[in-house]
Design a protein around this ligand. Structure first.
Ligand SMILES: Nc1ncnc2c1ncn2[C@@H]1O[C@H](COP(=O)(O)OP(=O)(O)OP(=O)(O)O)[C@@H](O)[C@H]1O
Length: 362
């Protein structure tokens, strides 16, 4: 099932929650709606579900206009952050519920319901909990049951709103991998809302980055991370260092460093901001003939294969911190200790002319 959103807008009073959204979800795709709190993710998901109406625009399922279709007729399955399983029903009965309440002529017989529920419990790997009650399950187990329950009615589309939001970090990570695998096996067109960048990057086929009711960028995890469309996306996805400078005829001056930026050949003496990811900061003991910034090591965090360095640049009132991430191997070669002076330069940067940081909107 494909989903298409056309020119969709929604206001609450004078507040614009969604502004002219256009979006295509391909059949079998797992799409993440990612953005800060209040960016309109849940409103968009609820409009797709039919739980909320749009002021203008259309929602199409398999190219068929479904804008005015009742939620019941959209064949969507939901999983919410706090999915209320029925407390007085066993896990088995919770999963079976959606099938048992179907109108008589659409309802499968008891044997078929038993078969389907057992199969779903096996799919979420919790068939051994069938006779328990929700309060006897962990939060992660409950969310897996919520998913089994959503899948029981064989939805054409699965909508998940922060499904792992209430769980602790370790369980979240496990469930992410699990959801990815489940989706690979089932291929139901799925849209899930999250404000967790890592979650979206790890799980989704494509990510829609939203901000203030608009779409900032749509792309694969690799595209949005490696080629952010604008400063908002750059800052929102992952750690970055921000530098101020100027750009003129394909050359940028950033904190005293002269850097070639041929893609900005047409720029005429403009203010610019530049972003450098920590792993794109090259750290060396000596200058090597090229220009580089002299910085001091103020903190070393060495956990796992990557060593994170906190570096201080500039004199007292104008000091600012730069974060670098280097391999443990390189760290050993450099033999760094706190207080050392080192030289850094960006291996890669993203430059946005004509931008002051104040223009970034959250
Ligand atoms: N029923 C409503 N009445 C008034 N304002 C609303 C209503 N529903 C949502 N909003 C507003 O619309 C904006 C978008 O809300 P939405 O829940 O879609 O954001 P979100 O991106 O899902 O945020 P979060 O991550 O915090 O859930 C918010 O500013 C919210 O306050």
């Amino acid at each position: 099932m494909s989903i298409e959103i056309r020119n969709l807008s929604r206001q609450f009073g004078s507040f614009v929650a969604l502004h002219n959204i256009n979006l295509q979800v391909n059949p079998g795709e797992l799409l993440a709606l990612l953005g800060p709190s209040g960016s309109g993710k849940t409103t968009l998901l609820r409009i797709i579900a039919g739980l909320e109406t749009a002021d203008s625009g259309q929602v199409l399922f398999n190219q068929e206009d479904s804008t005015t279709k009742h939620v019941r007729d959209r064949h969507v399955g939901f999983v919410f952050q706090h999915y209320a399983l029925f407390r007085n029903m066993t896990i088995f009965e919770n999963v079976a519920f959606g099938l048992r309440v179907r109108p008589r002529k659409e309802r499968p017989n008891t044997r078929e319901i038993n078969r389907r529920v057992t199969e779903l419990l096996q799919l979420v790997q919790l068939d051994w909990l069938a006779d328990r009650y929700p309060h006897q399950l962990s939060g992660g187990q409950r969310q897996r049951i919520a998913l089994a329950r959503a899948l029981a009615v064989e939805p054409s589309v699965l909508l998940l709103d922060e499904p792992f939001g209430a769980l602790d970090a370790k369980v979240r990570k496990e469930l992410r991998a699990w959801l990815r695998k489940l989706h690979n096996d089932m291929h139901i067109t799925s849209v899930f809302v999250t404000h967790d960048q890592e979650e979206a990057l790890e799980v989704a086929d494509r990510i829609v980055i939203m901000n203030r009711g608009r779409i900032e960028q749509i792309g694969t995890p690799d595209e949005v991370y490696e080629k952010p469309a604008n400063p908002f996306v750059y800052e929102f996805l992952g750690h970055v260092n921000l530098f101020h400078g100027r750009v003129h005829h394909g050359q940028a001056w950033i904190s005293g460093l002269k850097i070639d930026v041929p893609e900005h050949a047409a720029a005429e003496d403009l203010n610019a901001i530049a972003y450098v990811r920590p792993h794109d900061i090259e750290v060396s003991r000596a200058i090597n003939g090229e220009s580089a910034l002299a910085v001091h090591v103020v903190h070393i965090l060495s956990i796992g294969p990557v060593v994170r360095l906190e570096l201080m640049y500039g004199d007292n009132p104008t000091q600012h911190t730069i974060h670098a991430a280097i391999s443990k191997e390189h760290f050993r070669e450099l033999q760094l200790v706190k207080g050392d002076q080192v030289f850094i330069k960006p291996r890669r940067l993203a430059l946005f002319p004509n931008h002051d940081q104040e223009q970034l909107i959250y």
